[in-house]
Design a protein around this ligand. Structure first.
Ligand code: FDA
Length: 311
């Protein structure tokens, strides 16, 4: 119930305005977000990379309603990639970027698909010049079909363009079978959104079982799986499944969010696994923050304490 209410809140413009105007949320935001500027993202990336991890950087924002804004988001990524390259952080894909399709125009009424395609192509070309890659994030269920189509189309020119599969969707094992092919970079996560009963799994157990099933398909195929989870049980299963599939440690990676289970990130990296941290930056942190609160009630308590501590 609480999770549903919070996810609904993440789409509310009124709540967004209210919460973003409250300076006291900053402390909680800082736990999950590198900072507001590209400088902040570069500084945290450099630290994580020096510490043996890799990063995928997300310029925060979603549901863009203006074509010019969508193009500006792509511009920001292009500049960021050029800076990552200049600072030596992009080599060997140590720093890549993650892009939300609706941040670059997918939801626009006027040629949304075309605009998102062109904007992501621009970012992917900049990533190629920088010697690294792009992963296209997956948003709510209404965007899945268009996002997979968009990635499929762009892979003709950018074969290393990554996509995301969410195990809470009933369709996901079938999608994994299609995507588990040579050269295909696929991030597997549980999914941070809600979907109707006929489309999405509702119980945590079912979502976890679906994750394990999708993971085995991806690890058993010819692509490059990116296992995005903080769940200790699934991380254990991943290690075993990778061994059974004959995978070497450099043929897949674990991914976790910035600020979540950092000791586990460090432990996995020290064990020789590839570990990438999803690192968001920017001032439009509202939707991202609320999804993190929805995942863990303890985060909500932290947040409410921050809000009430001055009163
Ligand atoms: P689960 O939620 O069951 O958590 C397992 C354990 O991890 C918890 O018990 C807790 O210890 C810890 N944990 C998890 N979330 C936490 C939090 N917010 N705060 C503190 N501790 C927490 N989703 C999506 O729909 N589209 C996408 O493109 C992506 N991209 C993405 C990239 C990367 C790198 C990651 C790690 C995740 C995503 N996600 C995502 C989010 C994902 O779908 C999911 O919502 C979260 O990762 C939480 O799910 P877990 O697999 O961690 O399991």
């Amino acid at each position: 119930m609480l999770r549903e209410a919070l996810l609904a809140l993440s789409a509310s413009n009124q709540a967004r305005a209210l919460i973003m105007a409250t300076p006291l949320t900053r402390g909680v935001v800082a736990r999950f977000v590198a900072g507001e500027t590209a400088d902040d993202a570069l500084a945290v990336s450099a630290q994580l990379i020096a510490d043996g991890r890799m990063v995928t950087i997300d310029f925060l924002g979603e549901d863009t309603t203006d074509p010019d804004q969508a193009a500006l988001v792509a511009d920001e990524y292009v500049r960021l990639l050029s800076r990552l390259s200049a600072e030596g952080l992009a080599s060997h894909g140590r720093a890549e970027v993650s892009v939300k399709p609706t941040a670059v125009g997918l939801g626009l009424a006027d040629h949304g698909y075309k605009r998102a395609l062109a904007n992501i192509a621009r970012v992917a070309a900049a990533a190629r010049n920088a010697g690294t890659t792009v992963t296209v994030d997956m948003e709510d269920n209404s965007r899945v079909e268009a996002t997979l189509r968009l990635v499929g189309e762009l892979r003709a020119d950018f074969p290393d363009l990554g996509c995301v599969i969410q195990s809470y969707l009933r369709r996901s094992a079938a999608d994994c079978r299609v995507l588990a092919v040579a050269g295909s970079r696929v991030r597997l996560c549980k999914g941070a959104y809600q979907a109707p009963e006929d489309v999405g799994l509702s119980s945590r157990d079912e979502v976890d079982r679906s994750y394990a099933r999708c993971m085995r398909i991806l690890l058993g195929g010819g692509g490059y799986p990116m296992l995005a989870t903080h769940d200790p049980r699934l991380i254990r299963i991943a290690g075993t499944a990778a061994g059974l599939a004959g995978r070497s440690p450099d043929s897949f990676e674990y991914q976790m969010l910035y600020g979540i289970r950092p000791a586990e990130q460090a432990r996995l990296a020290a064990s020789g696994a590839k570990v990438r941290v999803y690192l968001p930056y920017g001032s439009d942190w509202y939707g991202y923050l609320v999804r993190r609160l929805a995942e863990k009630p303890a985060n909500l308590a932290l947040f409410l304490r921050a809000l009430s501590s001055r009163h």
